[in-house]
Design a protein around this ligand. Structure first.
Ligand code: COA
Length: 258
């Protein structure tokens, strides 16, 4: 169904594997085309409660945008390419279902940016993160200059951006870029275990957490006002009635996403 993605749906968790291992899963036009399509399906399919994005093979999550595709681009083509990437990564960030990155190796350039557009990241011990675009006479174009600052602070972000240096998984953990570092063979198990917990919560409340935390970085929205609105909206859901009733009745809540 997808030329560049492998997918599997198990226990309401969709695993998307970017599948170009011979090119270290570099993001070309086909990958973006496939990602755009699958994001639309994720939003519509009630069987999917949450998503893992990972890379094929033991070496790379994604080693960046496909350099062979854009080396002769004009300024206008480059602007269109950055816009396409930003639009799709924004859809990931704004998806109302949790999307986490399971970073199984190199996450460089567009790969680091893809992982940062996800709601949070888990890394295997061999993971390496970096924005090496300056080595190519470039800067990140898929939101990297913005999200890296949001996630690790300006000083650390600027050092990575202007040196082109990579950091290892443990440094990424120390910087707060990833939430956990695990052995490579345990990466997907860990990601699925976390999502199993999240999937047992009220889906509309989970979605509202994503929307309100995104508002922190959205200058057009007052996050505190949005929080009040979303808090109120929860009281109009069946799941809020179920959650509070289950607590008072000392039983497990059975959420329906309504
Ligand atoms: N775009 C296109 N192809 C890429 C790629 C990218 N971003 N990253 C890796 N590849 C390809 C290589 O060209 C090579 O293809 P080939 O076998 O047809 O020659 C293949 O993937 C394997 O990569 P290779 O460089 O041989 O692996 P390595 O282990 O020696 O080095 C990296 C790994 C990640 C350090 C190195 O591939 C690299 O620096 N990649 C580019 C990273 C980058 O600058 N990303 C930002 C792009 S804007």
């Amino acid at each position: 169904m997808y030329k560049t993605l492998l997918t599997s749906l198990e226990n309401n968790v969709l695993t998307i594997t970017i599948n170009r291992p011979d090119k270290l899963n570099a993001l070309n036009a086909e990958v973006f085309h496939d990602l755009k399509n699958i994001l639309e399906k994720i939003e519509k399919n009630p069987e999917i409660k949450s998503v893992i994005i990972t890379g094929a093979g033991p070496k790379a999550f994604v080693a960046g945008a496909d350099i062979s595709e854009f080396s002769d681009y004009s300024k206008e083509q480059a602007i269109a390419m950055a816009k396409r990437g930003q639009d799709i990564f924004l859809k990931i960030e704004r998806c109302n279902k949790p999307i986490i990155a399971a970073v199984n190796g190199f996450a460089l350039g567009g790969g680091c940016e893809l992982s940062m557009a996800c709601h949070f990241r888990i890394a295997s011990e061999n993971a390496k993160f970096g924005q090496p675009e300056v080595n190519l006479g470039l800067i990140p174009g898929y939101g990297g200059t913005q999200r890296l600052v949001q996630l690790i602070g300006k000083g650390r972000a600027l050092e990575l951006l202007i040196s082109g240096n990579m950091i290892d998984a443990n440094t990424a953990l120390q910087y707060g870029l990833v939430n956990y570092v695990v052995k490579q063979e345990e990466l997907l198990t860990k990601a699925r275990a976390i999502l199993e917990t999240i999937n047992s919560k009220a889906p509309l409340a989970v979605a509202a957490c994503i929307t309100t935390t995104n508002a922190v970085y959205d200058e057009t929205t007052n996050g505190f006002d949005l929080e009040i609105k979303e808090f109120g909206n929860c009281f109009a859901t069946e799941d809020m009635k179920e959650g509070t009733a289950a607590f008072l009745e000392k039983r497990k809540a059975n959420f329906k996403g309504k």
